[in-house]
Design a protein around this ligand. Structure first.
Ligand code: UT7
Length: 343
């Protein structure tokens, strides 16, 4: 059975930087840098330009990951794309990415399967587990895994929405999961969910149990009330459960691959909130130098946070071949996951 390792990483954030102060001055939100920074560690985030969507962000990150892996797009065997902000309701953004990569027509046509994963902040880890299974089973040799989000176009950027909208940013991260006979790669993945909390962090938009699934005006146009249109979050419930689930998931992944937390050289945690990660680090007694973060620059980019962090730390020379890396994420669902990788 081949091993599955990460042969390349890439990331992309759109150029526009929005600081905490910009949320107040440009958008008129009753907030402050102090409030946001003290509770979350966030200083700024990036917002995509009007007309730019998730598949486009994903394409930039993918091209960088392919370059780092030394591959051309047509050498990929499959695409897994994690997002909670797909370009369309359907089809998923994975097929849009397949087309953008030039695989749908022309000289390099290749009708690779494209799978969208809808697991929000845990989306990257769920996607990684799919890629790992495909590669280790021998079904595919090169699987692209992307996390990409265009949050800013679906945030309530008013004082009403400030608890949610001050946390999120746009971006994309990608990795190539490749087959190898070497003794390295993804060692263990642990995933979980608890649907009891589905409503604690959600963006409903419609009610599919009703006809019509969104109320209509007299011309047949959709009318979505603010409580359905915008994301809802019970912040303290999310916080408490995140600390517990991420800590537990890391311990489970370690147990599954017969390693210990102390053996891990670097942790790449989902970047939802600096304070959540500080609690996890405290509970597991992790030294700060093993826990890099970049939430201060990007905010929460949901499915993109972990691949973005892996790419940044790899490019900075902090993440090196031979290191043992621990990943963990928690989010809407609730869903969570962890992975141990011999890089
Ligand atoms: O991947 C999962 C994503 N989600 C998370 O990770 C969220 C985890 N939770 C958290 O990080 C925290 O719960 C928050 C940072 C979201 C909120 O912090 P909190 O200390 O739990 O605040 P709160 O929601 O209890 O709100 C306290 C006050 C409220 O005002 P009143 O009702 O006491 O007058 C909020 O309206 O703070 C107000 N508030 C703000 N004030 C200024 C909420 N958001 C803001 C804001 N600026 N951006």
């Amino acid at each position: 059975m081949p091993n599955a390792y990460i042969s390349g990483t890439g990331s992309y954030v759109p150029p526009r930087v929005v600081t905490n102060e910009d949320l107040r001055t440009e958008f008129g939100i009753d907030t402050s840098h102090e409030w946001i920074h003290k509770r979350t560690g966030i200083e700024e985030r990036h917002f995509a330009a009007d007309g730019v969507g998730t598949a486009e962000l994903a394409e930039h990150a993918t091209r960088a990951a392919l370059e780092s892996a030394g591959l051309e797009a047509h050498e990929l065997d499959a695409i897994v794309l994690a997002t909670l902000s797909p370009d369309y309701h359907f089809p998923g953004s994975g097929v849009l990415l397949q087309h953008r990569l030039g695989l749908s027509e022309g000289d390099n046509v290749k009708f690779v399967p494209a799978l969208d994963v809808r697991n929000q902040c845990s989306g990257f880890l769920y996607s990684l587990s799919v890629a790992n299974g495909w590669v280790r089973s021998g079904m595919y040799k090169q699987v692209l895994v992307v996390g990409a989000e265009t949050h800013s176009h679906a945030l309530d950027l008013t004082t009403r929405g400030r608890t949610v909208s001050s946390l999120f940013g746009d971006g994309a991260g990608a990795v190539v999961v490749s087959a190898t006979e070497e003794d390295r790669g993804i060692r263990g993945i642990y995933l979980g969910s608890n649907g009891k909390f589905a409503d604690a962090l959600c963006q409903k938009i419609w009610d599919i149990s009703r006809f019509p699934y969104v109320p209509l005006d007299e011309d047949g146009g959709g009318l979505v009330a603010p409580d359905m249109l915008w994301a809802h979050m019970e912040g303290r419930t999310v916080f408490r459960n995140a600390v517990q689930a991420m800590t537990g998931a890391l311990m489970e992944a370690c147990k599954a691959c017969e390693t210990t937390i102390a053996d891990i050289d670097m942790f790449a945690f989902h970047q939802a909130n600096m304070r959540i990660n500080e609690y996890v680090a405290k509970m597991l007694e992790l030294p700060a130098e093993k826990v890099p973060h970049n939430i201060h620059k990007y905010g929460n980019t949901t499915a993109a946070t972990i691949p973005l962090l892996l790419d940044e730390t790899r490019r900075e020379g902090r993440l090196k071949d031979g290191m043992k890396v621990g990943l963990a994420a928690f989010g809407s669902g609730f869903t969570w996951g962890s992975a141990i990788i011999d890089w």
